[in-house]
Write a protein that binds this ligand. Sequence first.
Ligand SMILES: Cc1cc2nc3c(=O)[nH]c(=O)nc-3n(C[C@H](O)[C@H](O)[C@H](O)COP(=O)(O)OP(=O)(O)OC[C@H]3O[C@@H](n4cnc5c(N)ncnc54)[C@H](O)[C@@H]3O)c2cc1C
Ligand SMILES: *[C@@H]1O[C@H](CO)[C@@H](O)[C@H](O)[C@H]1NC(C)=O
Ligand SMILES: *[C@@H]1O[C@H](CO)[C@@H](O)[C@H](O)[C@H]1NC(C)=O
Ligand SMILES: CC(=O)N[C@H]1CO[C@H](CO)[C@@H](O)[C@@H]1O
Length: 576
Amino acid sequence: MDFHILRLFRVVIVAAFIFHGSCYSQKAGDYSFMIDATSAPKLSHFDYIVIGGGTAGCALAATLSQNATVLVLERGGSPYDNPTATDIGNFANTLLNSTPNSWSQLFISEDGVLNSRARVLGGGTVLNAGFYSRAEDTFVEEAGWEREEIEAAYEWVEKKVVFEPEVKGWQSAFIDGLLEAGVVPYNGFTYEHVYGTKTGGTIFDRDGRRHTAADLLEYADPDMITVYLHASAHKILFTTKGSMRPKANGVIFRDANGVLHTAKLATHNSLNEVILSAGAIASPQLLMLSGVGPEAHLADRGVNPIVLDNPMVGQGMGDNPMNPVLVPSPEPVEVSLVQVAGIPHFGSYIEGGSGLSFSSNLTHSYFDGVINLLNEIKLPTENISSLLKSLDPPFDVTTQAGVMLQKVDGPISRGHLELRNTNPDDNPSVTFNYYQEQEDLNNCVEGLSAIVKVINSKVFSKYKYPGVSARGLLDLILALPINLRPRHIESLFDLKQFCKDTVMTIYHYHGGCQVGKVVDNDYKVLGIDALRVIDASIFLRTPGTNPQATIMMLGRYMGQKILRERADFLETEEES
Ligand SMILES: Cc1cc2nc3c(=O)[nH]c(=O)nc-3n(C[C@H](O)[C@H](O)[C@H](O)COP(=O)(O)OP(=O)(O)OC[C@H]3O[C@@H](n4cnc5c(N)ncnc54)[C@H](O)[C@@H]3O)c2cc1C
Ligand SMILES: *[C@@H]1O[C@H](CO)[C@@H](O)[C@H](O)[C@H]1NC(C)=O
Ligand SMILES: *[C@@H]1O[C@H](CO)[C@@H](O)[C@H](O)[C@H]1NC(C)=O
Ligand SMILES: CC(=O)N[C@H]1CO[C@H](CO)[C@@H](O)[C@@H]1O
C-alpha cells in the first residue's frame, strides 16, 4: 500500500470552501393536494392508486390526473420541507444521512456493497447525481416504444426539470482527457446517447439547486390528484372469485402513527388500476408481501394468502457495478457532480465529479448505521471496522479532488431478491452477483484502463500531482472503506481482482419485475388483472448511460398510453 498517497489525500481534503447558493424562493411544491397520511380517511376511492411517489410515480400520476382521479402513496416526506438539503453542495450529506426517517434508507446487498434507497417524494431524483441522458436507440426499439411518443414524453420532462450544465475547469479538463484517451469524437451538449464524449443534461440549475420528479406534479390537475405522504403501502388487495384471475382492487397503507388505512379502486370503470412504482427493490418486495411470487418462499416467510405462484418475482435483479478512482488535485476544483459521459465502443461508461463535501458527523453516523445494520442482518463487521480507521481523525471536508468512475453497461451478471420478513419498511435480502460474468469484468478492466489514460493525459495534468502514479491512486481506493468486501491485491497487481475488490454501486439497480417474466409488454402483471408495474424493476438492463431520464419519461409515456386506452374504452362503451 502506498501510504504516501494516503497522507497526501489527508492533506488535500482540508476544508477548502463553503458552497454559497443564491437566495431561494420556495414556489415549487406548494401543493394543496399533498397531505400527511395521518389525515387520510379510513377508506377512500380512486380510479388509479400509484404506490410510490418516485421518479416514475410522479410523472405517471401527474399525467393520469388529467383525466382520472389518482392517489399517490409515498412512504417518505416532501423534499420541499428542506430545500437546501438538495443543493449540490449537500449531495453527500443528504445521501449519507440514513437516520430512521431520513430521505435515504441505508441498504446493504449480500455482495457486501453499501447502497441507498430513496424514501422521499421524488424518489431517486432527490438523492441522485443529477446527470440526465436519454436511452440508446436499440433500447427504445427493444422496448417496442413508439418513437414520436417517446420524444414528446422526454421533452415533457426536460421542459420542467432539466438544464444544460456550466462546464468549469475540472470537468472541462476531464472532457479533454477523455478525448486524448481516445473516447472520440466530442459531441458537445446533447441528451442523446452517442459514441464519444459528451456533455449531458442535469437536474441541477446554474445556482446548484436541484429540480426533482416531485416538480413534475406541477403538471397535475390539483382537483384530480391526492398525494399521501408518510404512507407506507403494506399490501395490495385482490378479489379472487372462484377460478377467476385475481384482480387488484385496493391497497392497505400505514401512516406515521401506525394506523392502517385502505384505498380502493372506484368500481364504475373496469379499467381502473393499482400501479406499483415503488422502485426496483420495493416493487418486487410488495408483490411478494401481497402474495404474488415464489409460493414456497412466500409460505416460508409467513405470507398469507398466496394469490399467485410466480417464481420469477424478484429474479433478474441487476445493479451496474461501478469502480471509482479518486484523484487529489493540486489546483482548486469546482463542486460538480456528473456533467460529462464518455461513451466508448466497449461496454463501460466513464463519468466523473469534483469537490465533494462531507460533514464528519454524518460520515461517522453513516458508518455507525452501517455497523448497526450489519449486526441486524448478521453480516460480519470486522473488515469495515479496520477500514474505518482510515477515516480518523474526522474533519468536515470539501475534497480538493476529482473522482473518475467506470460503470459497466448492462450488466450481464444477475441476482435475486428475497424477503427477510413481512415488514415492507425493512430491506429485503438482495444479491446482485457483481462481476460474476466475465464480460462484465472485461468491461471494467477496459473502463479502468481508459481512466488511467485520462489521468495520465497531458491535458489533465493540471488536476493531478506530478509525482503520483495511477497505480498509487488505485492503491488509495483499496485503502478506503468504500465497501465491505475483502481486499486481495498484494504484490502482483491484477486489474480484474481490483474490479471485484473495489466494486461499488452507481445506484442504477433494476429488474425484479422484468418484462416477460413478471409483467407483459404493457407492464401488466402476468396472471393478474388491474395491476401494473412502472419503474426500474421492469428493465432487463439499464437504459443509456444513466437511467433517470428514461424512468421519468416512462412514467409520462405510460400515463398517456393508459389515458388513451381509457378514452377508447369509454367510446366503445357509449357506442354499444
Ligand atoms: C446516489 C444516487 C445517484 C444517482 N445518480 C444518477 C444520475 O446522476 N443520473 C441518473 O440518471 N440516475 C442516477 N441515479 C439513479 C436514479 O436516480 C434511479 O434509477 C431512479 O431514481 C429510480 O427510479 P424509480 O422510479 O425506479 O424508483 P424511486 O425513484 O426510488 O421511487 C420509488 C418510490 O417509492 C417509494 N416507496 C417505496 N416503498 C414504498 C412503500 N412500501 N409505500 C409507499 N412508497 C414506497 C419510495 O420512497 C420512492 O419515493 C442515482 C441514484 C442514486 C441513489
Ligand atoms: C457534530 O458533533 C459534535 C459532537 O458530537 C457536536 O457538538 C456538533 O454540534 C455536531 N455538528 C453538527 C453540524 O451536527
Ligand atoms: C379525456 O377523456 C375524454 C373522454 O373520454 C377524451 O375525449 C379525452 O381525449 C381524454 N383526454 C386525455 C388527455 O386523455
Ligand atoms: C468476512 C470477510 O470478508 N473477512 C475478511 C476480512 O479481511 C481479512 C483480511 O484482511 C480476510 O482474510 C477475511 O476473509
